[in-house]
Write a protein that binds this ligand. Structure first.
Ligand code: PLP
Length: 357
């Protein structure tokens, strides 16, 4: 009975996202050692497809631009980037306008990176002049920012960030964890970027991806599991890697690469915004928005917890993270496998909650 209820429920979580039948079948395929040729073929396909999706020219044969596949979540991928930044000279600049920007600052602090911070209020876009001035004032040798700010539903301007990095001669590191797969992302010109299997790429969680524009050194002072240079030196597989996750993610990427995918996510997102407005509510973030995620403020006297429980009772599952609760925010993610009917069902419930007092 629990299983039936689960099947009938609507998943509007940023992750885990529901898996397609094809991805489930790939996940259930034969397990392989990461030293077997068949595994290597799947992994190479996955890395090619990831680079293709990111507009990132793969140069693996010559040890240059590539993507490394780690076991872990987005946090591990961002720690691997922090490790790379720790090998670079000079101070950096970390940008924040939401929870995941704050986490990049926390990564920088834990890695004791010399860095300055440029903050905007949650959900407010960055201004090009402000970021440029902050980078110049800090004499930043690198800039680290989130692309899709999943917490607020805002999309930071990647082209602007590239322009600032070019103008200030800084390397650019980007967290594209929820944007890659939800919307076109062009990582060309970016030095490091991160993504994961389990969010907008619609695979199970567990694989972390780090794109890098240049060959990587392995000076032997980074933690072993986070030493990207060591991955690159070992053909991408220094340690055990799950063949099931690699096969499932490769299958998910085939679906994400479908030409209509981005238009579908955008249309669903627009429908969600329209539905939210009919309930008298508004998106929390200022435009531009991250396609596939809409965050709203719960109007008092209601609370985030009331609405999350009321949605759960009605079979709609949404993110329960503490950072949302603290600010009375609710987040709806439709970059998974949500449908127009799911979005309409949510909008109807929100109308009832907001209008019903
Ligand atoms: C989810 C997320 C993370 C953290 O990823 P985990 O898989 O939870 O470790 C980091 N940045 C962004 C933008 C995210 O959406």
């Amino acid at each position: 009975m629990g299983i039936n209820k689960e099947a009938a429920s609507v998943n509007l979580l940023p992750g885990p996202v529901p898996l397609s039948a094809t991805v489930r079948a790939a996940l259930a395929g034969p397990e392989r050692s990461h030293r077997e040729p068949a595994f290597q073929i799947d992994l190479e396909r996955l890395r090619d497809d990831l680079c293709g999706l990111a507009g990132f020219r793969r140069d693996a044969g010559r040890g240059g631009a590539d993507v490394q596949v780690l076991t872990g979540t987005g946090t591990a991928a961002n720690d691997a980037v922090a490790g790379q930044l720790s090998l670079r000279p000079g101070p950096g600049l970390v940008l924040s306008n939401g929870e995941f920007g704050e986490r990049l600052i926390d990564h920088a602090e834990r890695w004791r990176l010399d860095h300055a911070v440029c903050r905007q209020p949650w959900g407010a876009p960055f201004d090009q002049n402000e970021v440029t001035n902050a980078a110049l004032a800090a004499e930043a040798r690198w800039i680290w920012a989130v692309h899709g700010e999943t917490s607020t539903g805002g999309l930071n301007d990647l082209r602007m960030l590239k322009a600032v990095a070019a103008k200030t001669d800084a390397a650019l590191a980007i967290d594209a964890i929820s944007s890659l797969g939800a919307t076109p992302v062009d990582l060309s010109g970016v030095s490091w970027a991160t993504s994961v299997s389990g969010k907008s790429l619609r695979a199970p969680p567990g694989l972390a991806f780090v794109f890098h524009a240049r060959p990587l050194a392995s000076p032997g002072r980074l933690p072993r599991a986070l030493d990207l240079g060591w991955y690159a030196a070992c053909d991408g597989v220094p340690f055990t890697l799950s063949s099931s996750l690699v096969a499932a993610t490769a299958a998910a990427l085939d679906e994400v690469e479908a030409p209509q995918r981005f238009a579908e996510v955008a249309a669903l997102s627009n429908r969600l915004v329209a539905g939210i407005r009919t309930a008298g509510l508004v998106p929390f973030a200022r435009e531009p928005w991250l396609p596939g995620v809409v965050t709203i403020v719960v109007p008092p006297p209601h609370t985030n917890e009331d609405w999350i429980e009321a949605l759960a009772t009605a079979g709609v599952r949404v993110n329960r993270s503490g950072y949302l609760r603290e600010r009375s925010l609710m987040q709806f993610a439709v970059f998974g496998r949500a449908t127009a009917a799911d979005v309409d069902r949510l909008a109807g419930l929100l109308r009832r909650f907001a209008g019903g007092g």
